[in-house]
Design a protein around this ligand. Structure first.
Ligand SMILES: [Zn+2]
Ligand SMILES: [Zn+2]
Length: 334
């Protein structure tokens, strides 16, 4: 038997005992070691997420790393004892979107922690081709951050900032901090960040930010690329004023289902702006993120500020909602 943190979307999470999944052909059994929780897990728990994206009852946990404990028949590339991450969105590989490389838009939606049991548990069963082995350079904590980092990588691959670009990140939460850190891989001349919480300062510094502005102190400097990661109306409004002519806006923050914002259309046209939305992550972005970590070029360990044993998951949820800044990623340790 094993433990699993489950919900049926009624606002409650429950740590229950259930049987260990039986491995099929080409599958591996992984014991999760670090599992991040985020606002999406709470939406799943409260049933406020679009029901088309969840199969209840479900074990939560879509940001995680683990160690392989068993290999099923036909598994060739993965070995027992490998430290791994598993790409969460499972592309069908057959639809038009998958064939075009847009696996984040696969027409057959399937994802660990949403439609399949996630990693807030003692064991997860995964298809070998979705498993990426971590090197000694990637910590378990960094591994647990591959999922949100791949979301940022997908957006950056789209916006594709040129060498020496000046980049502004709006938002001092996990996605904002990941954006600042990952943007370095595109060799910008500077990365500044605007936030609301001065107490996030130590994390912002570790994300290699050049200048950390509080919203109240923002000057009139403009940037080649602005990344909106605050998920707020005021953040989006600010982003429209911070681009140079010909600048690019990458929107990663969600402001709420059906919420709208007035847009100065003349500024968009006269500014010759390019705007990108970006959903989830592609297989390509997932692989690139793992590569950056495994090569030692990227280390995200600093972003983890809170850890709790899985059995104390209530403390984890409380930290996610209420812990004072500096607050980065909250992990559960199965
Ligand atoms: Zn998440
Ligand atoms: Zn597909």
């Amino acid at each position: 038997m094993m433990l699993a943190l489950k919900t049926s979307g009624n606002g409650k999470l429950e740590l229950v005992e259930e049987s260990i999944p039986v491995l099929g052909m080409g599958q591996v059994l992984i014991q999760p070691v670090a599992v991040g929780i985020c606002a999406t897990d709470l939406e799943i728990t409260h049933g406020t997420i679009d029901p088309a994206y969840v199969n209840y009852p479900i074990t939560i946990g879509h940001e995680w790393s683990g160690v392989v404990v068993e290999c099923g028949e036909g598994v060739k590339r993965i070995n027992i004892g490998d430290r791994v991450v598993v790409q969460g969105i499972i592309p069908c590989e057959k639809c038009r979107e998958c064939k075009g490389g847009h696996t984040n838009r696969c027409e057959v939606y399937d994802e660990y922690g949403f439609t399949r049991n996630g990693a807030a548990s003692s064991a997860v069963c995964a298809q070998e081709h979705l498993v990426h082995v971590l090197t000694a350079k990637t910590s378990d904590e960094s591994g647990a951050l591959v999922e949100p980092a791949a979301v940022v990588t997908t957006g950056l691959l789209k916006a594709n900032p040129s060498d020496n670009a000046r980049i502004l990140v709006i938002g001092d939460g996990t996605i904002g901090l990941l954006s600042a850190k990952l943007a370095r891989a595109w060799k910008p001349s500077k990365v500044d960040l605007v936030g609301l919480r001065p107490e996030q300062g130590p994390l912002v510094a570790q994300a290699d930010v050049d200048t950390f502005f509080l919203t109240s102190d923002v000057n009139d400097e403009k940037y080649d690329l602005v990344i909106e990661a605050s998920g707020s109306k005021s953040g989006f409004e600010m982003s429209m004023t911070k681009m140079i002519r010909g600048g690019t806006l990458l929107v990663l923050g969600l402001i709420g289902h059906q919420e709208t914002i007035p847009l100065a259309v003349d500024d968009l046209v006269n500014g010759d702006f390019t705007m990108y939305g970006s959903f989830g992550y592609t297989s390509k972005a997932w692989a690139k993120t793992v590569e950056l970590l495994n090569s030692g070029e990227l280390d995200l360990t600093f972003l983890v500020t809170h850890k709790f044993p899985l059995t104390q998951w209530e403390l984890g949820v409380d930290a996610l909602l209420n812990a004072p800044a500096p607050r980065g990623k909250v992990l559960l340790l199965p």
